[in-house]
Design a protein around this ligand. Structure first.
Ligand SMILES: Nc1ncnc2c1ncn2[C@@H]1O[C@H](COP(=O)(O)OP(=O)(O)OP(=O)(O)O)[C@@H](O)[C@H]1O
Ligand SMILES: [Mg+2]
Length: 608
């Protein structure tokens, strides 16, 4: 950590200035989100920035008029009241403008955070599965997500910066008019404090960046310790103390690192803040001396004191706002990098149209596949074909690559080598959405949506979500009907425990919901990855009979470890070491007396 900090110190300024390049991108997001409020807040801030100069000037006039009276001369009283009224008018408009600015800013922040969240969500959904299986990507996504709410303070800061710059420039005009070098002294005395502050702000960013994985781990332990999904195991395995301990260790580490930095910031920051006030009070003393020597009127003295006080304050604030913005801009890098990440799996420029119906089937041609970052060939020169109308059972031990084959068919990944052909053409030649429309898949780890039954089934085919007849038919096919009848609100019954009134289902019942989803899709290729693992034997037999019936003129692939189901398939394919080991009907494979026979006998024996 120490060496890393030292390295980043040298790079600090370059990085920070580089990061400002990302500001236009943010500006565009902001303008798109809320053009009118953004325009209004800018105008109001400029107006409000000019008011202090006007007020100081009016005050100078008032003091000068009063000191004229004090020295025994006559004045026009009406002029005095005129200046007082102006002073009041300006003070009142500051109040009103300030509130209008707050109003615009709250509109902007709402709109901005929603439009940015939407953009992040939309972009995340467009990315490849492989991105989501990569921890570095997750850190980036996490940081990008935080942008949606955290970057708002940066935007407000940018508004303040504008306002303070207008104030400073107008006051500086007044100061320069009397003594240019006073402005130089003030600037020089504030500058070191600015450099120190921004240096520490940068270290703060670096630290927060390095702590992202730690914070993610913290959040994960927190979830494990406080969610419905984990509560059963936490109790049974008595994980409370362990989880607590892990959480505390991580939290201590985060606190320790933050405290270290905060301490150093406190020491150096205080030192240079004192220097900055010395510059201000030096100038003050000079002005007092000039006034005593009668080189300026009392009104001018009041004006100058107000102007240098204001300028000094504004300078400090401008520097610290600028430094905040530069540091926050560093976080934008994560957002920009995230938005720049593009999916590698997409449709070709000129896709060919999908065959309806499929005539030659789906074929794996010497397909080899390795997961990114792994050198193990999960599939190794695999050849395999499904013909239209065939129902194939795929068997193989855990980790042999069955689910991986399904992911390749779905184009969630593309093969490392070799091709997958549909009717003789590489599946990469088809439009990806059109292609996916023709395959219905229920994954091993299918989603249990904490949403009504209607949406749970309807997810398979959004267009039919309101079509009760279609939904009921799909439920019939997947043996869900009897369960549906039991649910008080039928299709509109909320499922899961996340939302009020939700009803939880058993593992097998959820599986039937997932099956209904697949049936609703009405695709030409149906793939079920262990769809019946959680079903009781009777339900399984029923589901399978239905399945065989329903997929008569389509292609179906199902993966199962239960040989009672497997034996009913038209063809059984046994996978081992990335290749197809055996291929044939139940009777053919038994005759061949190979791996299948061994596995089948093993299961059959345990039932005797
Ligand atoms: N995202 C991934 N990144 C790296 N390796 C992976 C990934 N997903 C799976 N693997 C590895 O690929 C191999 C094949 O996994 P796959 O899920 O295809 O097995 P499977 O045959 O479906 O097993 P099971 O019967 O347990 O479902 C496994 O060894 C697994 O560790
Ligand atoms: Mg699997």
């Amino acid at each position: 950590m120490e060496t890393r900090e030292i390295q980043s110190q040298g790079q600090a300024w370059k990085n920070r200035l580089d990061a400002l390049k990302d500001l236009p991108a943010l500006w565009r997001l902001l303008w798109d989100a809320a053009p009118l409020p953004v325009f209004s807040t800018i105008t109001l801030r400029i107006a409000s920035g000019l008011i202090p100069l006007g007020m100081l000037f009016a005050a100078k006039q008032i003091v000068d008029l009063i000191s004229t009276v004090a020295s025994g001369k006559q004045i026009d009283q009406q002029t005095l009241w005129y200046w007082v009224a102006l002073e009041f008018g300006l003070a009142a408009s500051t109040q009103i403008i300030g509130r209008l600015i707050d109003f615009c800013d709250s509109l902007i922040s709402d709109r901005f955070s929603h439009s940015l969240s939407l953009r992040i969500m939309r972009h995340a959904m467009s990315l490849d599965l492989r991105s989501f299986e990569d921890a570095a990507f997750y850190d980036r996504l996490d940081r990008a997500r935080v942008q949606a709410t955290d970057r708002i303070s940066m935007l407000t800061n940018a508004g303040w910066l504008l306002q303070r710059v207008v104030m400073l420039v107008s006051l500086a005009g007044g100061i320069v008019y009397y003594s240019p070098w006073l402005l130089i002294v003030l600037t020089l005395s504030v500058l070191p404090a600015f450099l120190v502050e921004s240096h520490f702000a940068f270290l703060g960013y670096t630290l927060s960046h390095t702590l992202t994985p730690l914070r993610r781990a913290l959040a994960y332990y927190m979830t494990l310790g406080s969610s419905r999904e984990s509560v059963k195991e936490v109790k049974i395995f008595a994980l409370q103390k362990h989880l607590e301990g892990k959480f505390q260790d991580l939290a201590e580490e985060v606190i320790r690192r933050n405290r270290q930095l905060a301490r150093r910031r406190l020491g150096w920051g205080s030192l240079f803040a004192v220097l900055a006030s010395a510059g201000y009070y030096g100038s003050y003393a000079f002005l007092a001396h000039e006034a005593v020597m009668q080189k300026m009127t009392l009104g001018t003295f009041a004006f100058m004191v107000g102007a240098i006080g204001g300028a000094n304050g504004h300078l400090q604030i401008i520097f610290s706002l600028f430094s905040d913005i530069a540091d926050q801009a560093l976080f934008l890098r994560d957002l920009v990098l995230f938005l720049e990440e593009h999916p590698t799996i997409h449709s070709p420029v000129t896709p060919i149209s999908m065959p309806k119906p499929i005539r030659q089937g789906l074929e794996f041609e010497n397909v080899t596949f390795q997961y990114p970052g792994s050198d193990r060939k999960v599939l190794d020169g695999l050849n395999f074909k499904i013909l239209p109308g065939q129902r194939i059972a795929l068997v193989g031990a855990n980790g042999e690559g069955k689910t991986t084959m399904v992911k390749l068919i779905a184009r969630l990944y593309d093969p490392t080598e070799g091709r997958i052909l549909l009717d003789g053409r590489d599946i990469r030649d088809y439009d990806i959405d059109e292609y996916r429309r023709e395959i219905g898949i229920i994954f091993q780890d299918f989603i249990r949506y904490d949403l009504p039954v209607r949406e749970n089934i309807g997810a398979g085919n959004i267009g039919k979500m309101q079509d009760d007849e279609a939904l009921n038919e799909a439920s019939q096919k997947s043996n869900l009907s009897s369960i549906l009848k039991r649910l008080p609100k039928g299709l509109d019954q909320m499922l899961g425990r996340r939302f009020e009134g939700g009803v939880d289902l058993s593992g097998g019942e959820w599986q039937r919901v997932a099956l209904a989803r697949a049936y609703l899709k009405d695709a030409q290729i149906l793939i079920l990855d262990e769809p019946t693992a959680a079903l009781d034997p009777m339900a399984e037999a029923e589901v399978f009979e239905q399945f065989a019936e329903l997929t008569k003129d389509r292609m179906a692939l199902f993966i199962s470890h239960r040989f009672s189901t497997v034996r009913m398939a038209d063809r059984i394919v046994v996978m081992s070491e990335g290749k197809i080991l055996e291929d044939g009907t139940h009777d053919q494979l038994l005759k061949a007396d190979g791996v299948y026979t061994k596995l089948f006998d093993l299961q059959a024996a345990s039932y005797r």
